[in-house]
Design a protein around this ligand. Structure first.
Ligand SMILES: Cc1cc2nc3c(=O)[nH]c(=O)nc-3n(C[C@H](O)[C@H](O)[C@H](O)COP(=O)(O)OP(=O)(O)OC[C@H]3O[C@@H](n4cnc5c(N)ncnc54)[C@H](O)[C@@H]3O)c2cc1C
Length: 479
């Protein structure tokens, strides 16, 4: 008989959280701390969503999305998780760009970018100052219709080298393009520029384990290997509302659901069209999914070492930056994340993760044979590129494999295997969800701004506060 992954759970919870990405974990923790009973269900055998890791023969541990986040994580983690977890956040100082237009090393903060824009790119100091100050003042509620491309061109006309310098890392960080609203670039870029790029010392495995410990301490019931199939609703007094979920074939009742699944999965599959107005369904269907990713994982044999060539190395052989080139099947742009022994102190191990942005449709339609051929090509091209910076590295590698948008779809169930949620319009659908169906809330990568480790953690808190208010109101009405 199959193991019952729901064994011992209660029939009713205040909140069921669907998914254990950083948005789901953080929302669950905040709700439990408010005194609500919380059940978190994750279909994968591991917690963390995209903030996860895997192990391989030879003692390798590979991180999937631990490449870099803004300093704001220190405050969010301290406030919503613990001082202890926040204390392991450290700066990555070695960021490099290597492409046909320029080669620079930077600490990726405002001071260093100012220096480089003036000295390396020859921009007038007053222009640089105005750019940073205006960007910092950008506000989500401004009615600004400018695109990122238009905005950068306004400050640096005719300078596609500067465009590349500013845009390339952000495109890797959240899948945004030059055609996305300028606010999406402004908020994320300013977050990074405030103090540089940070990482979690210890690796994703240690981070997620500490979060799981915290959740258990706060009373959250955590279950893995459990897929939620349906959000249940009923109509009372002319109003539809959430009553529970069906997961692994079992009904669990609840007052509210926090879905950390993709917003399109949440509306169109988990809840279903019948629960919303036709206008809202049209909006949900019109939401564009953000791009996806490929990665190549390279494990360095135990006992071998690597020279320090930087922590994050943005490389490209494309003559100029292009949002289309970056997501193409044959993109020549890739980022190398180098994990030295201090990532996991005491391990003495090195790994390299190569990240490429990608388009789901390119990979989805491939035959199995072509899929294997294309993955082998990705690995070979990444190795050839890496050998230019670390001669002889091939001989030190004893594990290599590739992941694609199909891998992301398989492990997270995200619509079109997206790595970064949806384009900007997805945020409105996510925020309007509870007004359409009381009790159903969504937190997770959406709208570009609420994406990445920091964005999803902060969004998890915003939505948990809304659910807390909703539950208190319900309790008051029932009393
Ligand atoms: C290759 C890559 C590199 C990245 N690099 C960075 C980086 O360097 N810095 C950064 O800040 N961000 C990075 N990101 C983005 C970042 O990882 C994500 O934005 C963030 O982790 C997403 O969190 P989330 O809360 O949206 O949930 P997700 O991580 O998307 O997790 C959602 C969870 O819900 C679960 N789920 C879905 N449907 C169901 C269901 N029906 N039942 C049960 N469970 C379900 C999934 O299995 C998954 O665990 C990267 C992403 C990728 C793919």
């Amino acid at each position: 008989m199959a193991y019952d992954w729901l064994k011992g759970i209660k029939d009713h919870y205040d909140v069921v959280v669907i998914g254990s990405g950083l948005g789901g974990l953080t929302g669950a923790n905040a709700l439990a701390k408010c005194g609500h009973s919380v059940l978190l269900l994750e279909h994968h055998y591991q917690l963390g969503g995209l903030a996860t890791w895997f192990t391989r023969k030879g003692g390798h541990i590979f991180d999937i999305s631990l490449h870099g986040f803004p300093f704001g994580m220190v405050k969010s983690i301290r406030k919503y998780w613990s001082q202890d977890i926040a204390d392991s956040i450290v700066q990555l100082k070695g960021v490099r760009f290597i492409n046909p237009q320029f080669q620079v090393d930077t600490t990726f903060d405002r001071e260093d970018f100012t220096r480089l824009l003036i000295e390396r790119f020859g921009i007038a100091p007053a222009t640089v100052e105005r750019f940073f100050t205006d960007l910092r003042a950008m506000n989500f509620y401004d009615n600004n219709t400018e695109t990122t491309g238009e905005m950068i061109a306004r400050y640096f006309p005719g300078r596609d080298d500067v465009m590349r310098f500013l845009m390339e890392p952000i495109a890797y960080a959240n899948g945004s393009t030059l055609d996305d609203p300028a606010i999406t670039f402004g908020i994320v870029f300013s977050n990074f520029m405030s103090k540089g790029v940070y990482t979690f010392r210890g690796g994703s495995d240690v981070l997620i384990k500490r979060m799981a410990d915290e959740l258990k301490k706060n009373g959250v019931e955590l279950r893995k290997h459990v897929a939620v199939e349906k959000v249940l609703t009923e109509e009372t007094g002319g109003q539809r509302r959430v009553t529970g979920v069906v997961a692994n074939g079992r009904t669990i009742c609840c007052e509210a659901v926090l879905s950390n699944a993709n917003i399109k999965n949440t509306v169109l599959q988990l809840a279903g069209e019948e629960n919303f107005t036709p206008d809202f369904i049209a909006q949900a269907k019109a939401v564009r999914i953000n791009s996806s990713s490929c990665q190549v994982y390279l494990g360095i044999r135990k006992g071998e070492t690597l020279p320090h060539i930087g922590d994050l190395v943005f490389t490209s052989d494309a003559p100029r930056f292009s949002s289309e080139e970056l997501v193409g099947l044959h993109t020549r742009s890739r980022t190398f994340s180098l994990y030295y022994p201090d990532t996991r102190p005491g391990s003495e191990r090195y790994t390299i993760v190569v990240s490429l942005n990608a388009t789901y449709a390119d990979w989805k339609t491939m035959s199995e044979e072509q899929y294997q051929t294309e993955k082998a090509r990705l690995i070979e091209e990444s190795l050839a590129s890496l050998e230019r910076f670390i001669p002889g590295v091939r001989g030190k590698i004893d594990w290599m494999e590739a992941a694609t948008p199909r891998t992301i779809e398989y492990y997270t169930r995200h619509w079109n295997g997206t790595s970064f949620g949806t384009k900007f319009e997805g945020l409105k659908v996510s925020m309007d969800l509870p007004s359409q169906l009381p009790g159903l809330h969504h937190a997770g990568s959406v709208g570009i701004i609420m994406s990445g480790w920091l964005g999803t953690i902060n969004y998890g808190i915003i939505v948990a506060n809304q659910i807390d208010k909703f539950l208190l109101q319900k309790k008051r009405t029932a009393a």
